[in-house]
Design a protein around this ligand. Structure first.
Ligand code: ZN
Length: 767
């Protein structure tokens, strides 16, 4: 890509430093005179400039366009016989410097005038702002965009390609367009466009600060590293995070709504007001993660956004935050290498949003949002740190907000409360002397702590479930689940807990029961008699629900029943219940998989593959060619769970040859690890191909590997191999933390299996 950048500004010192990475500079001029410059790693320096002068810097250069999903990158997809190409950008956190020389730090805000040319005149060109001028020549199209407001470099974006779009105007008059490649359908973009319009208007009112741009584009890209990116006025997404219609599964509609609400929350938290430096990334991400739930619940209550929050944000935070060496929400960041380690989803997103929800409830919603409105008014178009937020909220709180929140944000971990006393909860069963401010102990879901009830208190609650609120029930299941991961509660106590909740028809209860069942699987070696006993035990618990719900949606049934069915079928599937398998096989074997009810498609496809392993080969054919990302995800779940060693092993090679898209590789690999038939080989594959994997995945994704791999280790032999391999990488900055955490997690799990398995076996044999 040949490019030219002009920077207009005032010098402060006698030298100028600009970030520039991977770009080849032809020449640099200051006020039209060519100057010398020095190249360092990721930067250029121009010496001998006069301080305090208004100057114009011009840089001619070229920048590479690679399929690496960062900086300016190339995304391709098959459209019938043709291969379509898209050029897109991903600048967060520090990749704008791969596109143009600049001061690539969030506090260095500037306005931007962008002009882009393409040799394909039929292409659409998008950027943050609306088009100002467009020039068409026979073999060239040039688009000049309106000037942006003052903003950070990491939020700049553009995209060039052959797109379809669905355009609407929000009630507040903002033009919203949802775009995708031409392999998608316009009708699959309407859901995103309408939801985006509603949520943008909602935030306008909620923050009492109008959305400052004249338009809002959403663009689904076939290759995308994260889930989505909040570029101001041009949000980019993975296809699965944006493509949906009213017939999509409940989960898909909920997910797309939440991702859009998250990214559009960033138009204020992040884009209008930006953290000064990456230490305060939580000011962006924790807020966006809470607001996605808050807004979606207000706009589309039928999507049960808070339920998602309870089972995802709260549980992922509890999961990760009980491990030693975990990072706090607010992390010190010294240089750009530290940034890759920042985006720990369970912490800066999950735990951070959970802490903000705690603050909102403690202050009261109205007070909280009044404070936020002041915050935006005072800091718009500039940068902030934590204290600016506390200052804005304080006038509306009856307590010291800073004193309350700082220990929660700067210390890792959370407490367990026993008899009114708190101790830090650690997976090892140990504790340390960290203390966390708790204003009032509540047994709903407000606080980030576990409550360790006495046996009498627990029995009292379990015997009177009807008297508990929904949140109290959810907390009880979550608390008991985590306590049982340590010596604070025996694992066997989870079984009477499941039995006590067995009559409940609320889908979230069964989602939590399914999570507990997944935890308990570590106690049962593959194909063992104990495993069969446990499968039978769970089958008996789920069976009455199965009889009532069956395996297909019924006309006029409640939304709860509709949502409950896949969880019950999931347990019947796990239990390999013959009656269930025959029913699914009889009803669905001849139905084309894409035509199945999308709420049940994943579990039906998995059950069919369990019965007919060869079907997974057919599914893989569809998986590798379909543009339908929700279908692909369901197929991936099914085909990776195949109980045929040779077929499963074949998938490992598709991770390397591009058949599985690089953006999906780590997800596909995780699914393969779930399959005990090839788990050992899947571990070996990663060890053997580690250097290749590291190079392909890059700094942001590679720490996921030790994290995921540790998650499925439940025997000494695999643990030993894991430690032997990763001992060679413990010193690598990108991996060090995740490796340490993985060791602790594995050790705790092996100890738990040793100490708790006998009592579990005894219990299920007595049943
Ligand atoms: Zn975000």
């Amino acid at each position: 890509m040949a490019a030219h950048t002009q920077i207009v500004g005032k010098t402060k010192a006698d030298f100028i430093k600009l970030h520039a990475s991977k770009i080849r500079i032809e020449n640099i001029k200051i006020d039209d005179k060519e100057v010398d410059f020095e190249r360092g790693t990721g930067e250029i320096t121009i010496n001998k400039v006069k301080p305090d002068q208004k100057i114009v810097i011009d840089v001619d250069y070229s920048a590479p366009i690679e399929p690496d999903m960062q900086g300016v990158y190339l995304s391709t997809y098959q459209n019938g016989e043709k291969i379509e190409k898209i050029v897109a950008t991903q600048f967060e956190s520090h990749y704008a410097r791969e596109c143009f020389p600049c001061v690539d730090e969030p506090a260095a805000k500037a306005t931007f005038d962008l002009t882009i040319s393409t040799p394909i005149p039929t292409d659409t060109i998008l950027a943050n702002m609306p088009i100002k001028n467009e020039k068409l020549e026979p073999d060239k199209k040039t688009v000049e965009f309106e000037r942006t407001p003052k903003m950070s470099t990491y939020l700049l974006a553009f995209a060039v390609g052959n797109f379809i779009g669905c355009q609407i105007t929000s009630q507040h008059g903002v033009q919203i367009t949802a775009y995708a490649g031409v392999h998608q359908k316009i009708s699959d973009l309407e859901y995103a466009a309408h939801f985006a319009a509603d949520v943008l208007d909602f935030y306008d009112d909620c923050y009492k600060t109008p959305f400052p741009l004249p338009k809002m584009d959403l663009l689904a890209l076939p290759d995308f590293e994260a889930g989505a990116m909040e570029n101001w006025g041009l949000v980019t997404f993975r296809e699965i995070a944006m493509i949906a219609n009213e017939k999509s599964s409940f989960d898909q509609r909920q997910y797309v709504a939440l991702v859009i609400a998250h990214e559009l929350a960033h138009m204020w938290f992040g884009d209008l007001v930006t953290m000064k430096w990456w230490d305060d990334l939580w000011l962006n991400e924790s807020f966006a993660n809470m607001m996605e739930v808050y807004a979606t619940d207000k706009i589309r209550p039928e999507l049960s956004a808070w339920d998602y929050f309870y089972t995802t944000a709260i549980m992922s935070a509890f999961n990760r935050d009980c491990l030693p060496n975990v990072q706090p929400v607010r992390v010190e960041v010294k240089n750009v290498e530290d940034i890759s380690n920042l985006f720990d989803g369970a912490i800066v997103y999950g735990k951070g949003s959970r802490l903000l929800m705690m603050l909102m409830r403690t202050m009261g919603e109205k007070n909280f949002f009044n404070g936020l409105a002041d915050y935006f008014e005072k800091h718009k178009y500039s940068n902030t740190e934590a204290d600016d937020l506390w200052d804005a909220l304080s006038p509306y709180a009856k307590f010291d907000v800073k004193e309350y929140m700082t220990p929660w944000l700067t210390q890792p971990g959370y407490p367990v409360i026993t008899d009114g006393e708190q101790e830090r909860f650690l997976i090892s069963g140990d504790t340390d002397d960290s203390k966390y401010p708790i204003r009032k102990l509540r047994d709903d879901l407000t606080g980030h702590y576990l409550i360790n009830l006495s046996q009498t208190e627990l029995d009292e609650k379990l015997n009177n479930l009807d008297e508990l609120s929904r949140e109290q029930k959810i907390r009880l299941l979550i608390d008991r689940r985590y306590l049982a991961k340590t010596n604070r509660a025996e694992s066997v106590s989870l079984l009477p807990l499941i039995e006590a909740f067995a009559d409940e028809r609320d889908p979230i209860i069964w989602e939590l029961i399914s999570a507990i069942v997944a935890d308990l699987k570590i106690f049962f070696p593959p194909k063992s008699d104990e495993k069969h006993r446990f499968m039978r035990y769970m089958r008996d618990i789920a069976y009455p629900h199965y009889c009532r719900l069956g395996i297909e949606a019924k006309a006029g049934e409640s939304e709860d029943d509709k949502k409950l069915r896949p969880f019950i079928m999931g347990i019947m599937h796990y239990a390999a219940d013959e009656e269930y398998i025959e029913a699914v096989d009889g009803k669905y074997n001849n139905v084309f998989v894409a035509k199945l009810d999308q709420d049940l498609r994943g579990i039906i496809a998995s059950t069919l593959v369990r019965k007919h392993p060869e079907l997974s080969i057919k599914y893989f054919g569809i998986y590798s060619t379909s543009p339908d990302s929700a279908l692909k995800r369901d197929l991936m779940d099914a085909l990776t769970a195949v109980r045929d060693h040779d077929i499963a092993i074949g998938y490992l090679k598709y991770l390397m040859d591009g058949t599985v898209r690089p953006q999906d590789r780590h997800i596909f690999y995780l699914r393969l690890l779930r399959n005990y038939m090839i788990r050992s080989e899947a571990y070996e594959w990663a060890y053997k191909n580690w250097d290749w994997l590291y190079k392909e995945e890059g700094d942001k994704t590679i720490p996921d590997y030790p994290r995921y791999m540790a998650y499925y280790i439940n025997n000494k032999e695999d643990a030993k191999k894991f430690k032997k391999f990763f001992s060679l990488h413990e010193k690598e900055k990108i991996l060090a933390r995740d490796i340490k955490i993985a060791y602790a997690e594995i050790d705790a799990r092996l100890a738990l299996i040793d100490s708790d398995k006998d009592k579990i076996y005894e219990y299920i044999y007595k049943k």
